[in-house]
Design a protein around this ligand. Structure first.
Ligand SMILES: [Fe+2]
Length: 378
């Protein structure tokens, strides 16, 4: 910064480190008019001073007893609290090797004695200006990053908000499944967290971001929006023709999610949603729908949702059936090992079934309309 301008603003602080008292006096006589100057007789005293005062710039001699200027700058640059302070070597060593060494160690400039007072002031001014601009740039970048984070969080909140509303709309239309969407998310969370803990299907599961995975499960039955009320809410068993129509909720759901994908170019989040919607009625033995996929050809999300979805249907009341006792539901799911369900995932289910039962009980105690909300990101 220009010395004249500097006097009008808050004065900068410059520390001059030199073991020679005469040199310190000369430096002060030049700098005092422009800067708050600290005359520091050794590198050790400099570090004591730094515990209390952080100068805006350091002028550093090289040859000093106890700790040389080179050692001092190494120490300064290795400490996160001080590494940003610009250092100028002020020395009588005028050989190329010393200058190169000084600059390599992180000094921003190298001035040899005897020096011109005007030139030294100009160099200090320039380096202070650069340091100031660097600080401004860093603060601007930090600000920008904060604003981007804030906007991203707003978009996520909007995304989760819309998702919740869609899920509630599906639930509202499909009146017989009160609380189903919320509960299936919770079952899924239990299964996936256990898989992460035990390293099951780890290559795939460890690549999932649960913040996105669990809420996207809400869309597994989104295609039901396109199914007529007479079929969706029929108070009895569906005819084979009606069941065929009901089955189309899977492909209709996938189509709806693909339309959102085309519009938004968002893939990571909707990819999970598409897997949940498209494969939750496939069965491990290949007898499911819509594609009759078998084994690991069924995406893992679909194999997981099959367990959560069927378990919840079993423990829930329907116009044509009472809710099953939890232990009966548990046995039916266990019995589906290798037939309806992935045997590896049934092992996981067995480990966490207590958690499933807790969720079911809590939901029953709060009534069917009780909906569990996934903890959305703050
Ligand atoms: Fe379904």
């Amino acid at each position: 910064m220009d010395a004249r301008v500097d006097t009008l603003q808050e004065r900068h602080t410059v520390a001059v480190v030199d073991d020679n008292v005469t040199n310190l006096k000369i430096a002060r006589s030049i700098l005092d008019a422009h800067y708050d100057t600290y005359a520091v007789p050794s590198a050790k005293v400099l570090f004591d001073m730094l515990e209390k005062i952080t100068p805006d710039l350091i002028l550093l001699d090289i040859e000093m007893p106890e700790m040389s200027g080179y050692e001092a700058i190494k120490k300064l640059k290795s400490d996160a609290r001080f590494r940003f302070i610009p250092v100028i070597f002020l020395t009588s060593r005028n050989d190329e090797g010393s200058e190169l060494e000084g600059l390599s160690l992180g000094a921003i400039d190298y001035v040899t004695k005897p020096f011109s007072a005007a030139l030294l002031l100009r160099r200090i001014g320039n380096h202070l200006l650069i340091a100031e601009q660097k600080k401004e740039l860093e603060s601007y970048n930090k600000n920008l990053a904060e604003r981007v984070n804030e906007k991203t969080s707003q978009i996520l909140k909007l995304q989760f908000g819309i998702l919740n509303v869609i899920a509630e709309l599906v639930e509202f239309r499909d009146r017989k499944t009160g609380g189903h969407i919320g509960r299936t998310q919770r079952y899924l969370e239990l299964l996936v967290k256990r898989m992460l803990k035990d390293g099951i299907y780890n290559d795939e599961v460890s690549s999932w971001d649960l913040t996105f995975l669990i809420p996207s499960a809400q869309l597994h039955d989104v295609g039901k929006i396109a199914i007529s009320d007479t079929i969706l809410n029929k108070p009895g068993k569906l005819t084979p023709e009606e069941f065929d129509i009901m089955k189309t909720h899977v492909t209709k759901g996938v189509e709806a999610i693909e339309r959102i994908e085309e519009e938004t170019q968002e893939h990571s989040f909707l990819h999970h949603a598409k897997c949940f919607a498209g494969y939750h009625h496939e069965k491990w033995d290949g007898t499911g729908y819509p594609n009759g996929l078998a084994g690991e050809n069924i995406p893992l999300q679909g194999r997981l949702m099959a367990i959560a979805d069927v378990y919840d249907a079993l423990i829930s009341a329907r116009p044509y059936k009472d809710p099953m006792p939890l232990e009966v539901a548990r046995d039916i799911i266990l019995d589906g090992r290798g037939k309806h369900f992935d045997p590896t995932l049934i092992d996981v289910f067995e480990d966490v079934v207590g958690g499933f039962e807790e969720i079911a009980e809590t939901s029953r105690n709060h009534g069917d309309s009780f909906i569990f909300k996934w903890n959305e990101p703050a």
